[in-house]
Design a protein around this ligand. Structure first.
Ligand code: SF4
Length: 279
């Protein structure tokens, strides 16, 4: 007994100071890719190697619109291997309230050989009005306590491992008054992973229907945001928002516990949404 106490006192507090302090993420951890839009010479190599279509482009009338969709990105780093204008960061706070806010892009005029000539425009920053409204509504209704029901709608369990990490002493989700519950009837928030397999679709809908209003839905991971590597096919619906209305999207493959915490706190209005670079 005294030995346990001695060890506990020796160890001290292991819980992260996040969100009061910055997320403590290893420098080598994989976060979102960043594109140097102003100096991007060619979108084609990155788009050719991207396994999920997160980098895409359209050419018309001598101009190119190139896009990076973080909702599809699995943070694999293949694009950074073939293009010096792209670099992988360890930035994990990517959650947004609107799916469209995960997409950044730019327009270029083109040279004869299809390389970028000049940067014509970077899309303007999205209006945050909708998010602010949701923030107010959620804060009013849910106050400072939240109960979460998690549903695996067909994930590889990578996201689940990170979600379990949220309840460890390091991330200690319960210090925010946030708890996981077994029954959807006790839940305020539905945390959903996976690309929604057709086998899980009905179970997901039933879980949502069993929750009392008001209820929040958070899509977790690239699969939850867009279908990820699976996309839409005979077996998967492709993204939670193809089945349920989603309040917050948390990209990543899988998103680490800091990223999850960031998204959950955004959903209940305790953190503002960060602007994606290029906006
Ligand atoms: S890091 Fe993202 S954008 Fe780059 S190749 Fe991988 S999935 Fe595509």
């Amino acid at each position: 007994m005294f030995e346990v106490l001695r060890k506990s006192l020796q160890t001290g507090v292991v819980t992260t100071s996040y969100p009061a302090g910055p997320p403590q993420v290893a420098t080598r951890a994989r976060g979102r890719p960043e594109i140097d839009w102003a100096n991007w010479k060619d979108a084609r190599p990155g788009a050719a190697v991207c396994p999920t279509g997160a980098i895409s482009y359209e050419d018309s009338d001598g101009q190119r619109t190139a896009r990076l969709d973080l909702g599809k990105c699995i943070f694999c780093g293949l694009c950074a291997d073939v293009d010096k204008a792209i670099r992988m960061t360890n930035i994990c706070e990517c959650a947004t309230r609107r799916r469209g806010d995960l997409v950044t892009g730019a327009q270029y005029s083109l040279k004869q050989d299809g390389m970028h000539d000049r940067l014509l425009s970077v899309p303007p920053a999205p209006l945050e009005a909708l998010g602010q409204e949701l923030h107010k509504r959620v804060s009013e209704i849910l106050g400072r306590s939240l109960h979460i029901r998690e549903v695996d709608a067909g994930s590889c369990n990578g996201c689940e491992i990170e979600i379990v990490g949220l309840t460890s002493p390091v991330y200690d989700l319960e210090r925010f008054g946030i708890h996981f519950v077994a029954s959807p009837r006790h839940a305020d928030m539905l945390l959903v992973t996976g690309p929604v397999t057709r086998n899980m679709e009905l179970a997901l809908r039933k879980t949502y229907d069993a929750m009392p209003a008001p209820r929040l839905v958070v899509a977790v991971g690239a699969c939850g945001c867009s279908g990820g590597i699976f996309g839409q096919n005979y077996a998967t619906r492709g993204g939670i928002d193809s089945v349920l209305p989603v309040d917050v999207y948390i990209p990543g493959c899988p998103p680490n516990p800091h990223a999850l915490l960031h998204g959950i706190l955004i959903a209940i209005g305790r953190l503002p949404t960060k602007q994606q670079p290029g906006r």
